[in-house]
Design a protein around this ligand. Structure first.
Ligand code: F6R
Length: 293
């Protein structure tokens, strides 16, 4: 299917049956990915924080899906600022993180639980009992995966899911070729991901090779998805995610079938997009209620 075809399809026709079958809970006839290009990562993170804050203001007991990594650090600083200076209230909010390294306990400095405590949770008025990160040290990891899914369902599902994008197109730790219908599961990290994240561990051999991650099917059930991708290293993944075919080779491309997926980019990560001027045009001509800032 050509890009032009896919865009028209997203605008005015139901999704083809194979996509509806892959994502049976989605009944979208809406646009595909909403692309917003900001001049830099700073502005992109501030916009991402506004989208999340809007959800929390409209629904004080919102369920947030959260991500770790370098990309959202500035976004979390902005949420902390909004809490301190604008009274953004997290007291009734519940969170579910995307993923955790297998074998790392919560107090390990490279664990994602540690990351979340340091970058967000200990600076806001959230009840830690309402914050969920998969347990990478669970004795029975498969039971942990099933339990994580059940906890998300019991919380009423995720209102807004924050995502980053791997250089290989992964979302969560769903590496290329993983099933588009996957649920929370154990993934073997790709060599590229090991190389990309090794610096944080000091040495690639010190880095776990497995992670517990929400599946793509789990992510697709979030009512809204906000993906951030910044910098030249993400150009290729961004192109494949937004304008390439919907394919397990680029897990992020699954978002093309999501009814409310927003992708926030900076100029550098958007540099390879064929339809960049169209995305800018759409953004400039949004009605007031269609804007997030
Ligand atoms: C993190 C996660 C990953 C990262 C991705 C990008 O919880 O699920 O998908 O979002 O690897 O990482 P950074 O932001 O470090 O480039």
């Amino acid at each position: 299917m050509s890009n032009g075809c896919r865009m028209r399809l997203g605008c005015c026709m139901p999704w083809p049956s194979e996509i509806r079958t892959a994502f049976p809970d989605q009944r979208s006839t809406g646009p595909a990915v909403e692309v917003i290009i900001q001049s830099n990562a700073e502005d992109g993170c501030v916009l991402g924080a506004k989208i999340i804050a809007k959800t929390v203001r409209e629904k004080p007991d919102a369920v947030l899906g959260l991500a770790t990594g370098r990309t959202p650090e500035r976004l979390y600083r902005e949420l902390v600022r909004m809490h301190r200076e604008e009274g953004l209230d997290f007291s009734r909010v519940t969170t579910f993180n995307l993923d955790e390294y297998v074998g790392l306990p919560p107090e390990h400095r490279q664990s994602y639980r540690y990351f979340m405590n340091e970058h967000l949770f200990r600076h806001i008025n959230i009840d830690l009992a309402n914050t969920h990160v998969p347990a990478g040290t669970a004795q029975d990891l498969q039971a942990e995966c099933r339990d994580y899914e059940e906890r998300i369902t019991a919380a009423g599902g995720i209102d807004v899911q924050l995502l980053g994008l791997g250089r290989n197109g992964h979302i969560g730790f769903n590496e290329p070729t993983g099933s588009l219908r996957s649920r929370t599961w154990i993934k073997i990290l790709s060599e590229q991901t090991l190389n990309d994240n090794a610096a944080v561990f000091g040495d690639r051999d010190a880095m776990p090779r497995h992670a517990v991650t929400m599946g793509i099917g789990t992510i697709m059930e979030a009512r809204q998805v906000v993906l951030l991708a910044f910098g030249p290293a993400k150009v290729r993944a961004v192109m494949e995610m937004i304008e390439g075919p919907l394919s397990a080779i680029c897990p992020g491309s699954a978002l093309q079938a999501h009814p409310r997926a927003i992708v926030v980019l900076d100029e550098a990560s958007a540099a390879g997009l064929r339809y960049a001027s169209h995305y800018r045009w759409v953004d400039q001509n949004k009605l007031a209620w269609q804007r997030y800032d």
